[in-house]
Design a protein around this ligand. Structure first.
Ligand code: SAM
Length: 304
């Protein structure tokens, strides 16, 4: 699909009464949710489980807060199967019951991968799947596995005591939080973490409208000044802050985190394209590699 068709439909629905409901229907019928088995979210979950296992030794019994549940709850369910006591939060309630059920079924076909990523025996994972076999919603499954699904919820004020949480995780969420809200969300995750606790964030930094579109480079969105971007591309159905890797890393440091690991995914092939693009003023003093970094997986620590 041409990028501007995708953009036009989303923009129109965001400004129509009842547009949110129509948008939800469209995403479920034609988007990634229509082909759940090929969704990258399952592989993403295994990456996060591996990162968590490497940092914490075991995920079993750990208190975990997930930011940004989303539509397809593979990450929260994956952590539950690995034994976490998890609470998941989103500003919008998106995890529909039928998507929850399909996600659980797909996870049931990936127990070997989850076991490998989390270090938890496959029989234990299967036993936990059995426990939630009759659950009809994500909220019900969370309750059974000693957790909770909170949405809509303000993630700048989470229901944990200071220092209560072992792990904060998010998958493809921080790029969706408005610039003016992000410092408060990071400060809140720092507050709830134990001293020595870690936050794992996977962040994507490219234009979602350009994904799978042959008529647009996924970094072309860096040409718009903020005013234009906010006016035409950010709305109630989608928000992308366009922060670059160096800017995220600076915000993490300002929130008090120590960066332990940062895996970068840089699209070096797009650098010649960027060099001929008229970049918006706020991106002009950044390095080419930084501008072309389209994803980072970070491990942050609240120092003991
Ligand atoms: C691209 S989706 C990713 C969802 C999910 N983590 C996944 O992997 O599929 C981004 C999610 O972030 C959520 N979000 C946006 N702002 C947020 C905030 N301030 N706190 C928590 N979640 C937020 C959105 O509602 C949306 O569900």
């Amino acid at each position: 699909m041409k990028w501007w068709v995708k953009w036009g439909i989303t923009y129109t629905l965001a400004h129509l009464p009842g547009g949110r409901i129509l948008h939800h229907k469209m995403v479920r019928s034609f988007g990634e949710l229509a082909h759940l088995e090929s969704s990258t979210r399952f592989a993403n979950t295994e990456i996060l489980l591996e990162m968590a296992q490497r940092q914490c030794g075991t995920i079993e019994g750990k208190i975990v807060a997930e930011l940004g549940t989303g539509w397809l709850p593979a990450v929260p369910l994956g952590f539950f199967l690995a034994g976490a006591r998890l609470q998941t939060f989103d500003v919008v309630r998106l995890a529909a019951d039928e998507i929850f059920a399909k996600t659980r079924d797909i996870l049931a076909s990936r127990t070997a991968e989850i076991s490998r990523a989390s270090g938890v025996p496959e029989e234990t994972i299967r036993a936990r799947l059995q426990q939630i076999a009759a659950a009809d919603s994500l909220a019900a499954a969370c309750e059974i596995l000693d957790g909770r699904y909170h949405a809509p919820y303000d993630t700048t004020s989470l229901p944990f005591d200071s220092g209560e949480v072992d792990l904060v995780v998010s998958n493809l969420v921080l790029q969706c939080i408005p610039n003016d809200a992000l410092p408060a969300v990071l400060a809140e995750s720092w507050r709830i973490l134990k001293a020595g606790g870690v936050a794992l964030h996977r962040i994507r930094m490219s234009d979602e409208y350009a994904a799978d579109a042959s008529d647009r480079n996924h970094l072309e969105y860096l040409k718009y000044p903020d005013r234009t971007w906010d006016r035409w591309f950010n709305h109630s159905l989608k928000h992308i802050n366009r922060l670059r890797a160096s800017q995220f890393l600076e915000l993490f440091e300002q929130a008090g985190f120590r960066l332990i690991e940062c895996r970068r995914h840089t699209d070096f092939d797009s650098i010649p394209f960027l060099k001929q693009l008229e970049l918006a003023p706020q991106f002009r003093n950044l390095e080419w590699d930084d501008l072309a970094t389209v994803g980072i997986d970070v491990v942050l620590q609240k120092e003991a």
